[in-house]
Design a protein. Sequence first.
Length: 209
Amino acid sequence: MNKIAGGFFLTLEGGDGVGKSTLQHALNQRIIDAGFEVVMCREPGGTILGEKLREALLGSNKNEVDSLAELLVFLAARTQLSKEIIKPALERGAVVICDRFTDSSIAYQHYGRGIEKSIIEDLNTIATAGRIPDRTILLDLDPSIGAKRKEQAQDYMEQEAIDFHNRVREGYMQLANESPERWLIVDALQNEDVVFDLVWSDVAQRIKD
């Protein structure tokens, strides 16, 4: 099995209904076929503790969760995921594909909720020991279209007003523009196969170099 020195950390970001889960599973199989170990994970979740925190947080009703408490729960789950799953996988040379990571907290809790960005950045650094993804794919989509794509019952965050989700989208674009060397922006309105081909072309070159 092929290994990458230091592993390769790929994160998928974007609003709700953009197709992150579908893309993650497609990439997983293609990277395995290329001879690499792949570890898939999601936020919040991915560990026993993380999944319990996910259920407690996203199972809450709208207006029940304080914005700072929300952030801290995400960070607790991220800390556990980083130490238990992500760090060991990268150390053994695997490719890690994570559905959301630190950028989600800045997009949702800073641009969406209004918590000071520097506070979130400092806490992200503590939670992850300063780990930054090697590549981040932003699946960009109008939030009103993303909401219509959701088939399952919406959690309290997905039920936020469209203005909130528009701020999150704008936040993601700002983050991508600040670090263009790390981000790839993909129009998620395109056909799934087109999206996959664009992303795979980018990722394949990076994991094989």
